[in-house]
Design a protein around this ligand. Structure first.
Ligand code: HEC
Ligand code: HEC
Length: 437
């Protein structure tokens, strides 16, 4: 009798264990997509990425010579105060134009994590808080920032003037350089960098000379922007999947994404609500949101967009200024940007293409891995500043892993030709008969 009871109990336990094992290890099945899901999927497809939006504020935005010139400038450490740091010191092509650090560092430490610059030509705003409204005006900040490249605009104008290749490219693109030969009028180094001897020297200069040199500075930014416009993400496994699905080829689709990855996609568009902010072919709405990311230890919470929009409006190089080449000065983005309490602590939604190799994540690099990022969204903690827009999701461990698996399918080589992804060959002349782009 006791034996029989024991046997029945053992069988019962075995069945329960097997059931539990099946529940946790069951293979995910390929989803059958609804029409609504298919529409959402197509909206994320890179085939629906429009051509690069024109940048009327930058007359040389699509000039191949400007891109070649900008390519040189981007990788040139002579653009820094001590000759050691280029844009590429922090935006490293082999790390998808990021640096692997929590926060950027060159001459000093930056406050925020170094974002990728790939695809930024599509964004109306630059920086985590969107304090710049064009790629070219963004490029001017690190050049004079004492914590980044720590250069100054007079020294930069002198660099362009003194390098025969740069001088030729500059003149061809923008016309003649101002005369810098009179050291009494134009010192070796000067620029409006608050609280420095450079500022004193700058203020002592004639306003007309200051204006002429600032134009050179702006043109340097415009050439760099022409280069950055070439950095655009390419089709990933995810895009090949949508392509197969939209052809009605479920068999082929099933060979491209496994069931967990496809289920992650379904969660992304549904239960996990990621698509509310990460939408469109670059998986960003280019807007600002508070997602309750804790500030890094020892740092005060980031006020984000509420300060960024004020800075963008006060920026001496914004869309409304004379430095923009756009005669219309339309600037709708700048005029109609949201400035209410909802943007306190809000940061720009980053693209989710090519996240592998760009860890750590978030605006101060607070999130070491995508696993931790998924946990964050699942819990949706109260924000340390402002109001967290995201809600707790109630995801299982498995669902979080599926979301993560889906994110990995968004990685792919850039469509950009390889010569732009490494330092330019010094031996190739900038002007003359250069290679086609
Ligand atoms: C010290 C490292 C460092 C250097 C040098 C540097 N950057 Fe950055 N870059 C950063 C950091 C950090 C941010 C984010 C700062 C923020 O949002 O407040 C950033 C942001 C950007 C962005 C905005 C990207 C986005 O998604 O909003 C672009 C574009 C960019 N940098 C281009 C450049 C260019 C061009 C240069 C050279 C002229 C340069 N950077 C030099 C660290 C650096
Ligand atoms: C309310 C808008 C919103 C929603 C919903 C949202 N995100 Fe985000 N996401 C953002 C913003 C804004 C950031 C930048 C936050 C920061 O750094 O403080 C971000 C950052 C990220 C990052 C880090 C990227 C990087 O380069 O640092 C990942 C990964 C990410 N989100 C994935 C997701 C996933 C997956 C979901 C769904 C579970 C999701 N997001 C839902 C707005 C949103």
């Amino acid at each position: 009798m006791a034996r029989a009871v024991f046997a029945i109990a053992a069988i019962g336990l075995a069945v329960t264990l097997a059931g539990a094992a099946w529940f946790f290890l069951r293979p995910a099945v390929q989803p059958v997509w609804t029409d609504h899901e298919l529409d959402m999927m197509e909206s994320l497809w890179i085939a629906n990425l429009p051509p690069l939006p024109p940048d009327p504020s930058n007359a040389v935005a699509d000039d191949p010579l400007a891109a070649r010139f900008g390519h040189r400038l981007f990788f040139d450490p002579r653009l820094s105060g001590n000759g050691e740091f280029a844009c590429s010191s922090c935006h490293q092509p082999e790390r998808r134009f990021t640096d692997g650090r929590l926060t950027g560092a060159a001459l000093g430490d930056s406050e925020r994590n170094t974002p990728s610059i790939v695809g930024t030509a599509y964004s109306p705003w630059l920086y985590w808080d969107g304090r710049k409204d064009s790629q070219w005006s963004q490029a001017l900040s690190p050049l004079e920032d004492p914590n980044e490249q720590g250069g100054n605009r007079v020294a930069l104008a002198r660099l362009v003037d003194g390098d025969p290749e740069y001088r030729r490219a500059y003149t061809e693109l923008f016309g003649i350089l101002p005369d810098l030969s009179d050291a009494d009028r134009v010192p070796a180094a000067a620029g409006p960098i608050p609280g420095t001897f450079l500022e004193t020297a700058w203020n002592a200069m004639d306003p007309a000379d200051r204006e002429a040199i600032t134009r050179v500075f702006v043109n340097i930014g415009k050439a760099i922007a022409a280069y950055e416009r070439l950095l655009v993400p390419g089709p990933s496994r995810f895009d090949r999947y949508i392509e197969a699905i939209s052809r009605g080829d479920a068999l082929q689709a099933g060979a491209i994404l496994n069931a967990d990855e496809a289920t992650g996609l379904r969660l992304f568009m549904g239960k996990a609500r990621c698509i509310e902010c990460h939408n469109g072919p670059l998986l960003t709405n280019n807007e600002f949101h508070n997602t309750g990311i804790m500030s890094a230890a020892g740092k005060i919470p980031d006020r984000g967009r509420i300060d960024g929009i004020r800075q963008a409006r006060d920026d001496p190089f914004n869309c409304l200024t004379d430095f923009s080449d756009d005669p219309l000065k339309d600037c709708a983005e700048l005029r109609f940007a949201r400035t209410g309490a909802e943007v306190v602590g809000a940061l720009r939604t980053p693209s989710l293409r090519n996240l592998q190799g760009t860890a750590p994540y978030s605006h101060q690099g607070q999130t070491p891995s995508l696993e931790r990022m998924m946990l964050h969204y699942d819990r949706a903690p109260l924000s340390m500043i402002g109001h967290n827009e995201a809600k707790p999701l109630g995801l299982s461990r498995r669902e979080r892993a599926q979301l993560e698996a889906f994110l990995a399918t968004l990685d792919a080589p850039l469509v950009t030709a390889p010569q732009w992804l490494s330092p330019p060959a010094e031996s190739v002349a900038l002007t003359g008969n250069p290679p086609t782009r």
